[in-house]
Design a protein around this ligand. Sequence first.
Ligand SMILES: Nc1nc2c(c(=O)[nH]1)N[C@H]1C(S)=C(S)[C@@H](COP(=O)(O)OP(=O)(O)OC[C@H]3O[C@@H](n4cnc5c(=O)[nH]c(N)nc54)[C@H](O)[C@@H]3O)O[C@H]1N2
Ligand SMILES: Nc1nc2c(c(=O)[nH]1)N[C@H]1C(S)=C(S)[C@@H](COP(=O)(O)OP(=O)(O)OC[C@H]3O[C@@H](n4cnc5c(=O)[nH]c(N)nc54)[C@H](O)[C@@H]3O)O[C@H]1N2
Ligand code: SF4
Ligand SMILES: [Mo]
Length: 747
Amino acid sequence: MTTSRRKFIKISALGLGGVAATTSAIKMFGANPYLDELVKENVAKKFKRTPTYCEVCFWKCAAWTYTNENGEIKKIIGNDNDPHCYGRLCPRGTGGVGMYNDEDRLKTPLIRTTVNGEDTFRKASWEEALDLIAAKFKAVKDKYGAESLALLKHGAPGKHFEHLYKALGSDTIAEPAYAQCRGAREAGFNATFGSWIGSPEPTDIRDTKCLVLIGSHIGENMHNSQVQEMSDAIDNGATIITVDPRLSTAASKSKHWLAIKPATDIALMLAWMNVIIEEGLYDKEYVEKYGLGFNELKEYVSTFTPEWAYGITTIKPELIRETAREMGNAAPSVIIHPGRHVSWYGDDTQRARAMAILNGLLGSWGRRGGFYFKESIKVPKYPHPAYNHPKWGWKEIGEKYPLAQMGITTEVIKASIPSPDNKYPVKAWLVAGTNITKSIPDRKLLEAAMDELEFMVVVDTMPMDVTGYADVVLPECTYLERFDGIRSATNREPSIALRMPAVKPKYDSKPSWWIAKQLGERLGVGDYFAYDDYKEVIEWQLEKMGTSLEEMEKIGVKNFPRKSRSLYLKEDEKYEFPTMSGKIEFYSKELKELGFDPMPKYTAHPEPPQGFYRLNYGRAPMHTFSRTANNPNLNDLKKENDLWVNPKVARIIGLKTGQRVWLRNQDEITSTFSIKVRVTERVRWDSVYMVHGFGHDNKKLTRAYAKGINDTQLVSKVAVDPIMGGTGMRGNFVEILTENPHKNTEI
Ligand SMILES: Nc1nc2c(c(=O)[nH]1)N[C@H]1C(S)=C(S)[C@@H](COP(=O)(O)OP(=O)(O)OC[C@H]3O[C@@H](n4cnc5c(=O)[nH]c(N)nc54)[C@H](O)[C@@H]3O)O[C@H]1N2
Ligand SMILES: Nc1nc2c(c(=O)[nH]1)N[C@H]1C(S)=C(S)[C@@H](COP(=O)(O)OP(=O)(O)OC[C@H]3O[C@@H](n4cnc5c(=O)[nH]c(N)nc54)[C@H](O)[C@@H]3O)O[C@H]1N2
Ligand code: SF4
Ligand SMILES: [Mo]
């Protein structure tokens, strides 16, 4: 394959486009519960409602889609009985209707073609596109084995293609929500408590007395029930301690904001352990009963005094002591929040271990106001033949990283580049529900891999950047137009939620379950899809769970009583933790045996060179990653990201709020687009900050194209976590350019 073939198609594809009028309807809702109630009452009288769960992010709040007599979607409102949302959606969920209304949506299947030497897409029928994919996938399967077909996925569509892949005999599956997101936290907590954190996190925020946020920026990170519970906890007098180099929304609501020097959190946590142990603030009974390796830990942290940590973190020793005492006083109703996007500096599993150990010392795991024992209900599997066993898959591809519990995207990407020592040749990709060109760091590596592929398919709802690299693009209909798997997630009590179509698919778009089935039939595994409509699967599953489609249509969410055990540990319970030792492992033998530090170690990370600033990034409450930038409702609330710059830096460079600048990173990668400066004390002088997900490259995104800077473009350096393969992305440094570096070049 020539390089040019995979060249990103920038031109507006035939027949696509059209600018939609923006609407500010979403502004009507805001976060006013009284208004919410009024809206609910009025809406209920006028419109028909259909249950769904939100796909704007992965919290999956259950909701009602209201349609009028003409079958138009008018509103989406939270389901009162849902423990993920308590009846209220976040601004993104309310604005989800914009995904349906977006005129820029993918409308038909597209096939890459060449016209006058230029790559472009032509419209195709489903028949033609599916036949082509099946033929190409079959060729790869016959030549190299099904294992060489990789699936990169996220969200609900991923599940349907996972089924297709397993039927074909491929387990070469990965998602950026692991190695670029929460993988290290799962590995760190698993090594300590023997249990994943998972989603939603089993943090008992509503009953906590002290919530410690280390980087986690709840409030901008809009995970619905957590935000609501945190707000209740504040009202109930809980102490919030936020460790963040930036004054996040959470930090502004905190009793203590620890404006830590970036990349030094492990030092702070070691000092906290030192104080908690030295001053006897830990839960002695709990530690004795459930802990393993306390004496080793005590000995190990004895030299990590607050004075030692001060020199590293810039946090004053008195403040380290005071906050440690706050935690000790609140224990066990204290949460050192595990965070979620934790792929920061490469020692992320160890940072997660430090968080887990602090929770262990304070006795918060299994305690009210700490972490509860989560429970979910199993959705029965719709019958299908046994899956074919692959010879290799995500595990083998990521074998260098012993505690990886899921596929590592970047390793799958590397395996797609042929080399004599590549034992696991990946040859084709199906990319579903993930905009990898925005979510995977090291663009050079990603593009090198895409160049080498024999075939690449993208299933998306929007002409996102990633579609420009595909051979075939398939338009999925939005979550408001389809059936999908039943939502069953862990929580205090098990619950299920139904997603069913409120309206027919717009344009020539189709649901993923249908696409997967069509491909399955063409690839000889049709017997794994023994239904005509996914509705049949859901009906069958609901019957088995003691309910029915009819009932679920009426209620949307069904809550079930707990069966596994009590929510918290009982007074004199002899609980065995699901670790190898059955104990909370302060000292990890497993890590030691694998050649890693058995207790977390502080390592100094590279600092920005003269004239450079650390590139920090995060979330905005009205956007999800790159997926909502073009959404008419949400775009209306925030059109582009801005660059937070400390006044001291602004003075040195001579910057003013509102001024446009470009960024260049340590590898001389220059941002394609510019960004507006926001001068603010809320960010430290050693870093700059922006919201992730802007700076879209594809002109077909009429509202989002060229708006703001794409942080991912500047993340060319990654610090890989040796334990689980996560890609630390916060070690990139940028200089600020006030002159347009592209002046003489056309983009
Ligand atoms: N609105 C909205 N909400 C979302 C999402 C979204 O796209 N939009 N995405 C969801 C997903 S999948 C995830 S994973 C989560 C991510 O949400 P979090 O887990 O909360 O995100 P992080 O990126 O870890 O945290 C960002 C914060 O870390 C701070 N920070 C940067 N460097 C350091 C450091 O060295 N030390 C410390 N202590 N802090 C630092 C930043 O200033 C910023 O405030 O958000 C979820 N919620
Ligand atoms: N630089 C940088 N990189 C990051 C992060 C960061 O903060 N900064 N965050 C990391 C984190 S925490 C995560 S979880 C990942 C997330 O990474 P991704 O999962 O790639 O997230 P999105 O960018 O939202 O991409 C989602 C894609 O799915 C499409 N989509 C939306 N709904 C549907 C649907 O119903 N069907 C189909 N088929 N497609 C749909 C959207 O149009 C979009 O193209 O990114 C990680 N990468
Ligand atoms: S938190 Fe917001 S965007 Fe995420 S699922 Fe819930 S309503 Fe949707
Ligand atoms: Mo994430």
